[in-house]
Each structure stands twice: as structure tokens, then as C-alpha cells.
Write a protein that binds this ligand. Structure first.
Ligand SMILES: [Cu+2]
Length: 126
């Protein structure tokens, strides 16, 4: 019991001690579509999978994801959904061939934001 309290205290101390916390916050495990992929079919959504549940605050937008075409126009439908370790945003129903970028930000359970960007190419088969 005492040991548990000690390690808890230690954990708290470490958390507040440094800017580079030893406690890893959420990392991206995979994305759908995957980064750098070439798609022949336009997906209905884009999702980012983290290694732990991400924070969801009602009434505050802390997690977001934008999908843009090469002209910088958004092709997502907005209002990304957070479900456990997944951040998902729907896409508009059709798109032109080209390169698309996905930019996202999510907040870890520990309150640290995690952001990133990746691209995929849409090249419909004729
Ligand atoms: Cu963290």
C-alpha cells in the first residue's frame, strides 16, 4: 500500500518536473487511408488511430481533422468524431484525382496535444 502511494507521488512529481515528460502521450498507430497511399476509390472517411483513447470535451473543439485538396480546399464534411482511440472525419462524396493532405490535432488523455499531417493520392482507374 505504502509503495503504491510512493510510486504515485513519484509519478506526480515527474509529471510536473519536466517539459519532456517520460510519460508518453498518444501516438499515431495508423491512418486510413495510410500515409502516402495511392487510392483508386475515393474513401468515405479518413481516420487516425492512436495508441490510447483521446480526450473528448463536450462543448469544446479540442480535436480536429481537415482534409484538403492540392488547391487547399477542404473536402471533409467537418465535425470529426472521436471514439476511443479513433479520430474520424467524413469526406465529401466525390473528388478529383490528385494529392490530398490530412491535417489533424488530438488531445491525449494527459492533456498534451498531438498533431500531424500526411498525404495520400487519389488516382481513379479509368
Ligand atoms: Cu503527453
Amino acid at each position: 500500500m505504502k509503495r503504491t502511494i510512493k510510486s504515485l507521488l513519484l509519478a506526480v512529481l515527474i509529471t510536473f518536473a519536466g517539459t519532456t515528460s517520460a510519460f508518453a502521450h498518444a501516438k499515431v498507430l495508423s491512418t486510413t487511408p495510410s500515409a502516402g497511399s495511392i487510392l483508386t476509390h475515393w474513401p468515405s472517411q479518413v481516420s487516425i488511430r492512436f495508441d490510447e483513447p483521446i480526450l473528448k470535451l463536450s462543448g469544446a473543439v479540442v480535436d480536429w481533422a481537415y482534409v484538403k485538396n492540392s488547391q487547399g480546399r477542404r473536402v471533409d464534411t467537418g465535425n470529426p468524431k472521436v471514439s476511443g482511440a479513433f479520430l474520424t472525419v467524413g469526406l465529401k462524396s466525390s473528388a478529383k484525382s490528385g494529392k490530398y493532405s490530412v491535417q489533424y490535432r488530438a488531445v491525449s488523455d494527459d492533456g498534451h496535444p498531438v498533431s500531424g499531417i500526411f498525404t495520400f493520392v487519389y488516382l481513379p482507374s479509368k
